[in-house]
Design a protein around this ligand. Structure first.
Ligand code: FMN
Length: 348
């Protein structure tokens, strides 16, 4: 692999350090498999975007190499903001090798995934599966901390595997290692995505850790963002599904925190966003209309929750088979001038 110039390597790290040392809460794009790739980054940046962009995770095992979509995203990164590459795996030797490969790229940090709740991942004792084995986490953190010297080393975790009572013991393990940032999704692996988020457990991490802590889970409006920051005292917020639904969210949060009125999009603005999402995420190497419509349905599961009458909207979206059919449904629901909060259930 060719080394990029030293200043490219130094650039994103310095930019990330400046964010962490600055006064404003850091707003981050959460890593999301099959979502947070280069086209999505590019699109999000057009709406203001987060302060820092996470990649999807790259799987690491004895013979793995960094996944192509991740290499592409961090090499091309068109956002002007630092990017953080995430790894998932459990073999310290392979993880160190992958981290060294990533360190040569223009990334601000390498992030360890300790939260993925997919059974195919956790059964192999990776992602959230590792939360059942604090000693293995301890060894992995030690190995990665020693190995990662050119960029920052960050960790993203859930509160435990089956029960949030596991959190205290896990926090002791995290606190033993000089990691540069801990992001906490305030749920256990067993909670998946739907339960209440335990922000009180994130507050606990803020007190226990020497490094900055970022809060994650169910931040989908400027009001909620301010509440979570106040309640947890976290250094920043990581946002996933909320910004697929509402790419204006990061700028809305910035406005709200600055005491200004956030700008809400109209239905027609949301329609333009969906149209851009369709166009931008078409794969460059081969395109089938049917597959692209299927791909759009994944984003629409999140976007649909913020539309008036989400049940009816998603019912018809899920039945669309052609581009025309898909956009007919979008037009019926979004071709209007009313401002949209894009919040599930219409709340604040
Ligand atoms: C489609 C999807 C893919 C995800 N992929 C990843 C991933 O690759 N790595 C990771 O650490 N978390 C992943 N997550 C979890 C998110 O990063 C985040 O922790 C979670 O969605 C809660 O935040 P939110 O309520 O803001 O969405 C994924 C979540 C979703 C919905």
């Amino acid at each position: 692999m060719n080394l990029p110039p030293a200043d490219v390597v130094k650039g994103p790290v310095a930019a990330f350090d400046a964010l962490l040392q600055g006064r404003a809460p850091v707003l981050a794009l959460a890593p999301m498999q099959d979502v947070t790739d280069l086209p999505f980054w590019r699109l999000l940046a057009r709406y203001g975007g987060p302060d820092v962009y996470w990649t999807e995770y790259s799987r690491v095992h004895a013979t793995s190499s960094i996944e192509r979509s991740i290499l592409e995203a961090v090499r091309e990164n068109p956002t002007g903001r630092p990017a953080i590459a995430q790894l998932i795996g459990n073999d310290p030797v392979a993880m160190v090798r992958a981290a060294r490969e990533l360190e040569k790229l223009p990334v601000a940090a390498i992030d360890l995934n300790l939260g993925c709740p997919a059974p195919v991942v956790y059964r192999k004792c990776a992602g959230g599966g590792l939360l059942r084995e604090p000693r293995r986490i301890d060894a992995l953190l030690g190995a990665l901390r020693d190995a990662i010297t050119r960029v920052r080393f960050t960790v993203k975790t859930r509160l435990g595997f089956a029960d949030h009572q596991e959190w205290e013991a896990l926090l002791e393990v995290f606190a033993r290692h000089p990691i540069d940032l801990l992001t906490v999704h305030g749920r256990t692996v067993a909670d998946m995505y739907r339960t209440e988020v335990r922000y009180d457990r994130i507050t606990q991490a803020v007190s226990a850790m020497k490094c900055p802590v970022m809060a994650n889970g169910n931040v989908w409006s400027p009001v909620r963002a301010a509440e979570v920051l106040r309640q947890t005292g976290a250094r920043g917020l990581m946002i996933g599904r909320g910004c697929i639904r509402n790419p204006w969210l990061f700028d809305q949060i910035r406005a709200h925190l600055a005491g200004e009125a956030p700008v809400y999009p109209t239905g027609r603005d949301v329609l333009t966003y969906v149209t851009s999402l369709y166009a931008e995420t078409v794969p460059v190497d081969g395109f089938s209309e049917r597959l692209q419509v299927e791909k759009m349905k994944k984003y629409m599961n999140f976007i649909g929750e913020g539309v008036e009458d989400p049940k009816e909207f998603l019912h018809w979206i899920r039945r669309a088979e052609t581009r025309e059919g898909f956009f007919d449904v979008c037009q019926r629901h979004l071709d209007h001038d009313r401002p949209m909060r894009l919040v599930p259930g219409g709340g604040a």
